[in-house]
Design a protein around this ligand. Structure first.
Ligand code: FCB
Length: 449
């Protein structure tokens, strides 16, 4: 394989999320989030795992930042826990909670690492869910208020802001299939949640822009959807509509696609869609984050579709067609190149960043080493695929590995390890995996040898 070099200034980093690493869920006045409630509900998370302790990053952040600095990481994407900042999702700030992020940002900057803040990575304050959650319009306004409070405190030092992480998951895993918090199975509510997540995004962008924010973004997980076999085109278009265009079109074109509206009308009267909303939702963005792990394949036949994609009843979703990770997710780097090119072509003008890419494997510790050659191969393949997209004209600004640390993988609990750094959960010991040492070289060389 040939050596590749990325454009000068290409951003290399890692990503995490608050509920997955922080622990300390009762410390310093933090409120309850929907993930606390969900993970403490029997049967929701594998083996009853919860985020109560996680990687104890709340107390060990300085050590974790030092590890990042040692790896040469330039950008660290983390999320702020809304219930730490506003325990019930509205009203005055909890100073101790916001103080944690203040210290984290200072520690990062001292280490020469650029902080990239995600405002919402799925941990809605439970009090807001009790009042209706994302299917309720009011949540969008509460989110914009919260965003402003965080910006007021960190905006002097943080230049890149992301509103939501993967709103598709928040809406459809949370409210349609219910495999994520809050675990509701109401497809109509899931579509309302999509709209209010988008509206909350737009309101926050508007407010932060006025307050002087430099770089505003949202992070999506668009499906890299492909059809196999004659007649699969309609299914591909449907999946693309329900996972991709349902977000990309409102955000970047100021409209919902007509074919998507047709599907939504089967589940909802669309009364939540109000005049002026799309104008707010489509405020200009400075960066679009793309999370990519695996392709989605649609077959030529009929099938039950997926409960996480209401409206796909009747289409055939195929199981993985090749090698998979420990999540059972197909490994297909070429699909990343295709996805980036497609988004850059159909939605030109906004720079892209890969804000998550990585893999869980069944790592084995050998003494003080973890020889995770499979993770290195996965990352290398996808970094090459990202470079290929740049070669073909995509304005791609950076690549962030999911994840810095092994962590709480939502419904899978601690069984799935995505980290560059191994965490021994009983002792909180951190061990740099071979992939971490390898990534350090990638960053140093700004490419691959
Ligand atoms: C993404 C999430 C992230 C992590 C990875 C594996 O969907 O954004 O929190 O769980 O998947």
């Amino acid at each position: 394989m040939s050596a590749i070099t990325f454009p000068e200034g290409f951003i290399w980093g890692t990503a995490t999320a608050a509920y997955q690493i922080e622990g300390a869920t009762r410390a310093d006045g933090r409120g309850v989030s929907i993930w606390d409630t969900f993970s403490h509900t029997p049967g929701k998370v594998q083996d009853g795992h919860t985020g109560d302790v996680a990687c104890d990053h709340y107390h060990r952040y300085a050590q974790d930042v030092a590890l990042m600095a040692d790896l040469g990481i330039r950008t660290y994407r983390f999320s702020v826990s809304w219930p730490r900042v506003q325990p019930d999702g509205h009203g005055a700030v909890n100073p101790a909670g916001l103080g944690f992020y203040d210290r984290l940002v200072d520690t990062l900057l001292d280490a020469g690492i650029d902080p990239m803040v995600t405002l919402y990575h799925w941990d809605l304050p439970q009090a807001l869910e009790d009042q209706g959650g994302w299917p309720s319009r009011d949540t969008a306004y509460r989110f914009a208020d919260y965003a402003q409070l965080v910006y007021e405190r960190l905006g002097d030092r943080v230049t890149t802001w992301t509103t939501h992480n993967e709103p598709w998951c928040a809406a459809f895993l949370g409210y349609a299939s219910g495999i994520h918090a809050p675990g509701r199975t109401e497809p109509g509510a899931a579509f309302a949640a999509v709209h209010h997540l988008l509206l909350g995004h737009g309101l926050a962008v508007q407010a932060l822009r006025e307050a002087g924010a430099q770089r505003l973004s949202i992070v999506l997980n668009p499906a890299a959807v492909a059809g196999t076999g004659p007649g699969s085109e309609a299914g591909v278009r449907l999946m693309d509509g329900l996972q991709n265009r349902i977000f990309l079109d409102p955000l970047l074109r100021g409209e919902y696609p007509e074919d998507v509206l047709e599907v939504i009308r089967r589940f909802s009267d669309l009364s939540y869609l109000q005049e002026g909303d799309l104008e707010i939702i489509s405020r200009p963005l400075d960066l679009l984050g793309i999370n990519y792990y695996s392709p989605s394949l649609v077959g030529p036949g009929t099938g039950p579709g997926s409960r996480s994609h209401p409206g796909t009843e009747g289409i055939e979703l195929l199981p993985p067609q090749g090698p998979v990770t420990a999540m059972g997710w197909q490994i297909e780097p070429a699909a990343l190149t295709a996805l980036l090119k497609r988004i850059a072509t159909d939605y030109p003008g906004v720079p892209l960043m890969i804000t998550e890419n990585g893999a869980a494997f069944n790592d084995v510790r050998t003494g003080d080493r973890v020889h995770d050659a499979d993770r290195i191969a996965y990352l290398e393949g996808h970094i090459r695929a990202a470079h290929q997209a740049i070669t073909e004209g995509v304005d791609l600004r950076g690549y962030l590995v999911w994840s810095l640390l092994d962590n709480f993988e939502w419904a899978e609990g601690y069984h799935k390890r995505f980290g560059l750094i191994r965490v021994e959960y009983d002792t909180q010991e951190r061990i740099l995996k071979d992939s971490a040492l390898w990534y350090r070289e990638v960053i140093k060389r700004n490419g691959l040898v």
